[in-house]
Design a protein around this ligand. Structure first.
Ligand code: CMC
Length: 431
């Protein structure tokens, strides 16, 4: 990237400290390249939570948080969600361009051929309690994939990286469904190669060896859309975690596991589970004002889950699409009067009219409505974040791949403002 202008840093006496290049992206804010700052001034930048820091350059996903715009490789999320083919989006994120019809068929076949997991992987489940949280099992079992597949671990080889990507996209749904089956004490279902990616996942979740499962096309479309909406979101916490883990040259399956661990938190992917629990806790429309008041109270740790976002200061475009999907799914299932959905709509209305939420620009995010759709699909609440992980796996792997092939990539190693003890000697009795 060639700098377009320089940013001049002066000291308190207006003396020149240093000049820093300003880099221009294709869209979005310019960035001040501070790489030479420490060398030239002996100072670091300080930015807890990275609110003003671009950690890398990327050409995968763009967000305009003020306008509520989300683009994957330049394509608006609304258009991709309408087409509704998750594997097409995976191809786009991984290989930069939309596939031709033949390329998509070959990609789908390739994924299908990798959906089974090594039979020994099933042994790992037995070490977990049946009531373990699915995300705990995901961390363990996806992490365990790093002990398999030694045939393709040269991360400098694009061919090996692609194979790891295909394996992860293919196997994560199988592992998610196994987590569910294990938790309810039912046998694991093998993948079925005749089905599409999403149909196969639903069958692995809901069929048993005694009873087959015929997926409902409306529900399949809804899940395709959920996965598309979760596929990528530029340098969010879990993706940054994957990049940081990968920057040391770590095993790709271990890096994705680091992303899963980060996603689990309630401020991130764990919010979808937290939203449903919150709606159940609120219970009735008449209770909404009480909970809104709690969310605004600085002395109360309660937050309105599914509301607010670091980047969006406008309606999250994914939440809009998710709300529309909610209507479709509930209509299909004859649940027009779904109590949780009505409660969510009222809660949204209350919050959007409240000066606290207006001033702080807090809008519903993707997690606000996704739980209601997943609940209607028959997916238990504690599985919601695992479904998010299934959708986000492609984003993690696309960013990991981009980082490894970036010539500017170096090990991620932030510095700190040290506020601890200055040098001192051990007391004599401890020497
Ligand atoms: N309810 C009540 N107040 C809130 C909320 C909320 N959901 N979100 C933010 N605020 C307030 C917060 O108290 C703060 O107030 P003040 O300026 O007076 O201290 C102000 O708004 C800014 O919030 P912040 O926590 O400093 O903002 P952040 O960018 O660090 O955090 C967030 C973003 C998403 C973690 C936060 O909005 C939140 O905790 N939301 C609820 C959890 C949630 O829905 N997470 C899913 C995010 S989208 C999907 C994903 O990324 O996985």
């Amino acid at each position: 990237m060639t700098p377009t202008r320089t940013f001049t840093l002066l000291d308190e006496n207006s003396q020149l400290l240093c000049e820093l290049p300003v880099l221009k992206g294709t869209i979005g804010p310019d960035v001040i390249d501070v790489q030479a700052l420490y060398k030239n001034t002996g100072m670091f930048t300080y930015d807890p939570g990275f609110t003003s820091t671009a950690s890398c350059s990327s050409d995968i996903t763009y967000i305009d948080g003020e306008k509520g715009i989300l683009l994957y490789r330049g394509y608006p999320i609304e258009q991709l969600a309408k087409r509704g083919i998750f594997l097409e989006v995976c191809y786009l994120l991984l290989y930069d361009e939309l596939p031709t019809a033949d390329e998509l068929t070959a990609f789908e076949q390739n994924i299908t051929m990798h959906t089974m997991v090594h039979d020994q992987l099933t042994n790992f489940f037995k070490g977990f309690r049946r009531d373990a949280h699915p995300m705990a099992i995901m961390v363990g079992v996806v992490g365990a994939l790093s002990a398999f597949y030694h045939d393709a671990l040269d991360i400098t080889s694009k061919k090996d990286r692609d194979l790891s990507a295909i394996r992860l996209i293919a196997k994560v749904p199988t592992i998610v469904a196994m987590c569910y089956k294990y938790s309810i004490g039912l046998p694991f279902m093998y993948p079925n190669n005749k089905l599409s990616y999403v149909e196969n996942f639903m069958r692995m979740m809901f069929a048993t060896p005694c009873d087959d499962y015929v997926p409902n096309p409306v529900l399949v479309d809804a899940l395709e859309r959920i996965l598309i909406l979760h596929a990528d979101h530029e340098q969010n916490a879990s993706t940054s975690t994957v990049r940081l883990a990968g920057s040391s040259g770590a095993n790709p399956y271990a890096c994705i596991t680091a992303g899963i661990a980060c996603l689990w938190g309630a401020a991130h992917g764990g919010a979808n589970e937290a939203v449903l629990n919150m709606l159940k806790q609120i219970g009735d429309v008449s209770e909404i004002p009480k909970f809104i008041a709690r969310a605004k109270d600085k002395n109360d740790s309660f937050r309105l889950m599914g509301f607010g976002h670091r980047v969006y200061k406008n309606y999250d475009p994914r939440a809009k699409l998710m709300r529309a999907t909610c209507y479709e799914v509930l209509e299909e299932l004859g649940l027009h009067d779904d109590k949780l959905f009505k409660l969510a709509l009222e809660l949204e209305r209350f919050a959007l009219e409240d000066p606290y939420f207006i001033e702080k620009k807090l809008y519903p995010n993707v997690d606000f409505y996704s739980g209601i759709v997943l609940h209607a699909l028959g997916i238990p609440t504690n599985m919601f974040t695992a479904i998010f992980a299934m959708g986000r796996t492609i984003g993690w792997i696309a960013h990991w791949d981009e980082m490894i092939s970036d010539p500017e990539q170096r090990i991620g190693r932030p510095r700190q403002l040290f506020v601890g003890a200055t040098p001192r000697d051990l007391p004599p009795q401890h020497r």
